[in-house]
Design a protein around this ligand. Sequence first.
Ligand SMILES: Cc1cc2nc3c(=O)[nH]c(=O)nc-3n(C[C@H](O)[C@H](O)[C@H](O)COP(=O)(O)O)c2cc1C
Length: 459
Amino acid sequence: MAPRNEEESLSVERDVDVPEEKAAKQPRIDNGLSLRNQITAAPRQTRAWETFRAVGAPQFHVAPMVDQSELAFRMLCRNHGATAAYTPMIHSRLYAEGGDKFCDETFSTTVADRPLFVQFCANDPDVLVKAAKKVQATVDAMPADADGKRAGIDYVDLNLGCPQRIAKRGNYGAFLMDDLKLVSRIVKTATSTLSIPVSCKIRCFDSVEETVRYATMIVECGCSVLGVHGRTREQKDLTATRADWDKIKAVVDAVGSRVPVIANGNVRHYDDAIALMNYTGANGVMSAEGLLSDPALFGRRVRAGVASMTSVDEAMAQRTRYSEPDPSTAEPVGALWPASGTEGCDLLREYLELTREYATPMRMVRAHAHRMLGEWLKEFHDVRDKLVRCHGTPEEYRNQLLEVSDDLRACIVRTERDFPVEKLTDRALRRLEEAKELEERKAEAIRQQAAEESMLASL
Ligand SMILES: Cc1cc2nc3c(=O)[nH]c(=O)nc-3n(C[C@H](O)[C@H](O)[C@H](O)COP(=O)(O)O)c2cc1C
């Protein structure tokens, strides 16, 4: 098929693989890209920034979460400061081949659910394209709302970060890091075939250099927004390992002028979100665990000059760096921050209302209820037991949850505290014990010294 215009002809040409010896002979400019790649990549980069700006250059993203970033939860977070959201990961083959019932249960959206990243896992470029076209057709077929507004998809996202055993068995997610040629084929095919921009969410390699090479390769294949989770495939325990902000920063330094980068890892509260953007220079952040504990995390405070970003220049100007907190010395994440006081109860009530509007499977509602009330439930066991016993039809279940939430509210008010009593981790307990032992040894030494001094004085 003949390219329609010069820009398209350049990007089509760029997709042709250049043999390595030939590429090595091409003139290179200081960023390491061949001249031809620089010329051909430029229009695509312009498009990447234009698209990002067109959707409001969002900074605060709801991360993709299987069974947890469903429509009702996305809308809750959007009501409280999130400016973009990812769907849970959708299996491209199951979706592409699935019947209406499966597809309707797997994906739903609404007019206000924008900007929206629809995430797929895939290991076959054609299957990803088929699934993406199907989801696009589904959204296109949705009726307009009363104001004539329509739902839409802003990015098709490729999951390159899932580290679970199921991803290993299915050869997708982070296990594609073992087959970079396949990653390249998937991204190139998707970006050159789909009309929706393609974004990717990656994990890091052990070394900074390999991580940067990987990110650069993906961007050169046409990825429009790059999400970077600062952990490796092996670092599965999110609360035990701190995400490596230095690796994210290195990726931003390498590709951040070409495409927007969204940083991910260790955002527990609003200050973390700002610190992560400032430390890495990323254009936005995404949070998963933090939002599950406090869906209003992104709306807690707005610092002047940071919340809005409408131009590439502004994005660049925001790349001021300061080292707070120092990720190389900081502790692993540890306890997450729940919403303060009775806010978790209010958020649950609002979420339950949203699940009336947007049908949500009970297993997801249950998981969210536990997370939103979670930390306080550790203090009030009767309420927790009542929550565990909730059952019935969706409406009955919702009403019982509302009752539980009201019970908990009454308990919290009685404590006159904003936060639940912190449960110490084993590590923190050990450290306290060590500190106590040290104090006892010091006191013993002082006692001995005093005894010796008084003995000497009596001689
Ligand atoms: C319950 C849950 C489900 C997740 N599902 C997905 C997913 O579907 N796709 C994905 O790319 N990452 C998924 N992740 C990973 C998160 O998107 C995110 O990268 C990770 O939790 C690190 O961010 P955090 O430190 O803010 O939690 C999931 C995480 C959690 C906690």
